[in-house]
Design a protein around this ligand. Structure first.
Ligand SMILES: Cc1cc2nc3c(=O)[nH]c(=O)nc-3n(C[C@H](O)[C@H](O)[C@H](O)COP(=O)(O)OP(=O)(O)OC[C@H]3O[C@@H](n4cnc5c(N)ncnc54)[C@H](O)[C@@H]3O)c2cc1C
Ligand code: SF4
Ligand code: SF4
Length: 416
């Protein structure tokens, strides 16, 4: 164990876990640097329609954090930023951070004139590719910080375009903005890099990528969201109404060929999503195909409530395959594990409850000597702590608790 020189904390990842850990450490009186690769804070929670246990919109919770961030001078954050290298050890880390250009400065008034003039389009990753934005875009309507950015991969400036610059009356766009590199000295590091949805195209028998009206659970959150691609109206990707829907649990999870572990939240997420459709269309029918329902602790209430609705039908059985009929509806085939009968259920739309894979499953933090388990979840090392879904599959409440505990651990390293 080494004696530490530095008295600040680095947090990598600005989702709910990273924000919580960083603000708790800052409010305890320590300087914190938070590095987020997206142009906004909030992570995957910002992409949810509502979140359990209270089923409130994510911005109810996030806004409170943003207020705390704005009023705390010890909380420093960098969006569009990534770690280039980490060296040193507990108490004495040296970190190189690269801040990628957003090409838009703080003069931006959000007037949208630039996007109106822009000829180039990009897939909207906030809506999981279900719609498009211009190459200059506002990441989403509640983004923090609230500022337009340019996607350099689709921008046509190399072809001589500068339409956005001419359209902006506020001199807010600088197409020559360059990346910046910054050195930080920190005593401890919290890794809060979260998760990515498991790639459903790898699951051959469930029709994702093959049948238009098979979507994933993360896509369904966006379809149900007022600021999503359909303005919150739950329709199929082909635009037709949804009267019946099937949720396929453990889609790729608890399966040695895909994710061998349980993501812990997918059963609860599907039961929550069942309420989206049931509230919007009281005549709708929901079929939840499951192996086991995982609703631990007080979340048992969510399960009990869902079972009270006779139009939410739970079928214990692993889905063997999904087929499309000529109307682009789907037929879900499974064996009912309770009575042994073969089920062939026709529905308008299918939602695959895919699991959460750690963001660091393939690409690690450069230079940082930290241990990961076989799936890429961070197990930590002296002075480095994994929190939230970077360390294990968990929901928001669990992530917040872990992040608060990690802030304390990180502070203890500074005070050795
Ligand atoms: C369909 C679905 C529905 C869900 N619904 C609910 C719900 O209703 N209630 C609930 O409690 N939970 C829900 N969850 C779980 C919830 O999304 C997670 O608990 C939550 O996102 C965990 O937050 P996090 O900060 O750990 O990770 P994330 O939200 O993934 O945030 C991680 C952040 O780190 C950033 N990052 C990643 N890599 C790097 C890097 N190398 N450098 C810098 N930044 C990086 C990311 O851009 C992101 O901003 C749901 C999950 C799914 C799949
Ligand atoms: S960059 Fe300029 S044109 Fe675009 S939204 Fe901001 S102020 Fe308006
Ligand atoms: S330079 Fe052209 S393509 Fe690039 S963001 Fe501006 S208007 Fe769009």
């Amino acid at each position: 164990m080494s004696e530490g020189k530095y008295s600040s904390v680095l947090v990598i990842g600005g989702g709910i876990s990273g924000i919580t850990a960083a603000i708790e450490a800052a409010e305890a009186g320590y300087d914190v640097y938070l590095v987020e690769k997206n142009p906004y804070l909030g992570g995957r929670v910002a992409q949810l329609n509502k979140y359990f246990p209270k089923n409130c919109p994510p911005y109810c919770g996030l806004e409170i954090f943003f207020k705390r961030i704005k009023t705390n001078p010890r909380f420093n954050f960098f969006t569009n930023a990534e770690i280039e290298n980490v060296s040193g050890s507990a108490g004495n880390f040296e970190v190189t951070v690269r801040i990628n250009p957003s090409y838009v400065n703080n003069n931006c008034t959000l007037c949208n004139k630039c996007a109106e003039a822009c000829p180039a389009e990009r897939q909207n990753d906030f809506n999981y590719g279900m719609d498009k934005t211009k190459a200059i875009y506002l990441p989403h309507d509640l983004a923090f910080p609230m500022k337009y950015v340019i996607d350099p991969l689709t921008c046509k400036k190399m072809d001589g375009c500068s339409e956005c610059v001419s359209a902006c009356k506020y001199d807010a766009i600088d197409l020559n903005m360059q990346p910046e590199t910054m050195k930080l000295n920190v005593g401890s590091i919290i890794i809060a890099t979260g998760w990515k949805p498991y790639d459903a195209t790898k699951i051959d028998n469930l029709g994702f990528g093959k049948y238009e009206n098979v979507v994933t659970n993360v896509m369904f959150e966006r379809i149900a969201a007022n600021n999503g691609p359909t303005g919150g109206k739950i329709v199929r990707p082909d635009g037709k109404p949804v009267k019946s829907i099937a949720f396929v649990q453990c889609a790729g999870s608890r399966d040695e060929n895909h994710l061998a572990y349980c993501s812990a939240i997918c059963c609860l997420a599907s039961m929550k999503q069942a309420t989206y459709i049931r509230e919007q269309n009281p005549d709708s029918k929901v079929y939840i195909f499951y192996i086991d329902i995982r609703a631990p602790g007080r979340y048992e209430d969510v399960y009990a409530k869902a079972k009270q609705d006779e139009n939410i039908i739970f079928i214990k059985g692993k889905v063997a395959k999904i087929e499309e009929d000529p109307t682009k509806s789907l037929v879900v085939e499974a064996e009912n594990a309770v009575n042994g009968e073969k089920v062939r259920q026709k529905v308008d739309m299918v939602v695959l409850a895919t699991g959460m894979q750690p963001s660091l499953s393939e690409i690690k933090i450069p230079g940082l000597d930290v241990k990961y388990d076989e799936y890429g979840f961070v197990t930590g090392t002296d002075g480095v702590f994994g929190v939230g879904v970077a360390s294990e599959p968990t929901e928001v409440v669990g992530a917040n608790e872990e992040a608060t505990a990690a802030a304390l651990k990180a502070i203890q390293v500074l005070r050795r």
